[in-house]
Structures are given as C-alpha cells and as structure tokens.
Design a protein. Structure first.
Length: 281
C-alpha cells in the first residue's frame, strides 16, 4: 500500500505532467468563494477526480477542481472547492491537497471559508482574518505514524497564522473601507449547525467564529513548516439568545456576496509578493 509521502509525490507528478507551472502560493477557496478562480490567468484546470489519490468534493458551493496559473503576477495553485470531514473523508484525505501543493512548491497557503459569527460585533458579510484557532473536531490529520520527511512528530503551533500578513490584510480592508476583524476560529466536524448551548459554549471558550473546515489544512501547513493567511466570511450571526434558523443555501449566498472583499485582500497580498519578489518567510 502507498504511504502518504508516495501519494503526495504521485499526485504532484501528475499535476506537473499536465503542464501546471510551479506555484508559489496555494489558495483554498471555501463556500461561495469559488469564483475567485476566474482571476487565475493562463490556467491549467484539473478536476479533482482525475488527480491520483484526491477525494472528490461533494459539498454545496464547491466545484471540485484545481486551477493552476498566474494571479496578479504570482504563480498559484487554486483549489476551487475543498474537502470536509463531514463528507466522510479522513483528515489525512482532507489535507492531502495541501501536502501536494507544498510538494509542487508553494511557500504560503491562503485559506478562505464561510463561518458563523459569535462575536457580537460581527455582521453578516464581514470578513474575519483568523489570528488563531481552536481544534474541536475531535480529530487530527497528524494522527498515526509520522513520516519525518513530511514534518516533525510534534509540530509547533504557536504562530501558524502569519502576523505580517494579518496586519497587511487588515490594512487592505481599512483602505478599501470595509469591515474586517481579527479573531479566533473554532473548527467543528459538523455537518449540523450548532445548538444555542453550543454557540454559547464556543464563545465562552474564546472563539469569535465557527466553521467546519480550515483547522485540518492549517495543521498540515504547520506540519510542513508553511505560513498561512486564513480569511473567514461571516455568513450568519450566531448569538445564542436571538438565534435565527441556519440555512445552508443562505450561507452559500452570503459567502458569494462577501466574495469581492476576500478577492480584494488576496489580490493585493499576491500583488505585494509579485512586486517584492521576496520569499514569504
Ligand atoms: N456553524 C458551523 N459552520 C458554519 C456556520 C455555523 O454557524 N456558518 C458557516 N459555516
């Protein structure tokens, strides 16, 4: 049976053979944010179902293809749609694409997601730049045998979200005149939205927003020594005392509406990288 390292190498070799250029940045597009891939030029598009060992994306609002090309002057690999634990995949499967993009050459991972806002200052359509996370998935992509070629047994998690990029993302939002917050994201497995008591609990333990993704991918990025910029769009407000019914289609629509904000931040960050040409770290 192939191990994780071999699967990663096979998938990366397949993508390279399809003519994708070496990416500097990997971008994972979450719920409602898939249209960002239109910004990628001279692209090579590969459906996930064709890439060896990739799962297929079944979540609503997720297309399921890898788009490699150039975005604002920077070679990127863009995941139009991601995988979730609630689809029945192991977290090793969910995070394989991060490892494959790292193997292809990325030095920065940008992640977007849709999240429920528990901080009472948050409104639907706001953006939250993730400055830290809490893993309440009851699971971890690093469980089991650790292949030292991929990363250490006990990776440091003290500063996975790059501080300079957080500051820069906040500045971009301020200059563009839209609301962005810094905050803590808590990841749960889902697929149900939370009960009032759960939202109250999650707020109490220090989270500002809640979602069903991102944490596994960020753990694997940390395992592979890669900085991360992660952006949540607040698609529903989750105030336990005045909680409204959550609706998955409304979440997708709210994500789509907020997409220009996320796009603005990502394009400008890529523009910075293109103009200074420097390594991220
Ligand atoms: N809970 C969990 N995941 C989510 C939510 C939520 O309220 N909104 C968007 N993704």
């Amino acid at each position: 049976m192939l191990d994780l390292h071999d699967k990663m190498e096979e998938a990366a070799a397949f993508i390279t053979a399809r003519g994708a250029c070496k990416p500097r940045v990997g971008i994972i597009l979450g719920t409602g944010l898939g249209n960002f891939a239109r910004e990628v030029k001279e692209e090579v598009v590969i459906p996930y179902c064709e890439i060896p060992h990739f799962p297929t994306s079944t979540a609503i609002g997720h297309k399921g293809q890898l788009v490699c090309g150039t975005c604002n002057g920077v070679p990127v690999a863009t995941m139009e749609g991601r995988f979730h634990s609630y689809e029945g995949y192991s977290l090793q499967q969910v995070t394989l694409p991060v490892r494959v993009m790292r193997k292809l050459g990325i030095e920065l991972l940008i992640v977007s997601n849709a999240a429920g806002g528990m901080n009472p200052h948050f409104r639907v359509g706001d953006v939250m730049i993730i400055e830290d996370h809490i893993n309440l998935m009851g699971d971890n992509p690093l469980l089991g045998y650790n292949d030292e070629r991929l990363g250490p047994r006990f990776p440091d998690m003290s500063e996975v979200y790059d501080r300079k990029l957080i500051d820069r993302a906040m500045e971009i939002a301020r200059l563009a005149n839209f609301a962005a917050h810094r905050g803590v994201y808590v990841g749960l497995k889902g697929p149900n939205f939370e009960t009032r008591a759960e939202y109250r609990f999650l707020r109490l333990v220090g989270a500002d927003a809640v979602g069903m993704s991102t944490v596994p991918e960020v753990i694997v990025a940390a395992h592979m020594g890669m900085p991360v910029l992660a952006i949540s769009t607040i698609t529903n407000v989750c105030l336990p005392d005045v909680l409204e019914k959550a609706d998955a289609n409304e979440v997708v629509q709210a994500g789509k509406k907020a997409e220009p904000k996320m796009r603005r931040i990502v394009l400008e960050i890529l523009g910075d990288l293109a103009s200074d040409g420097a390594n991220v770290r």
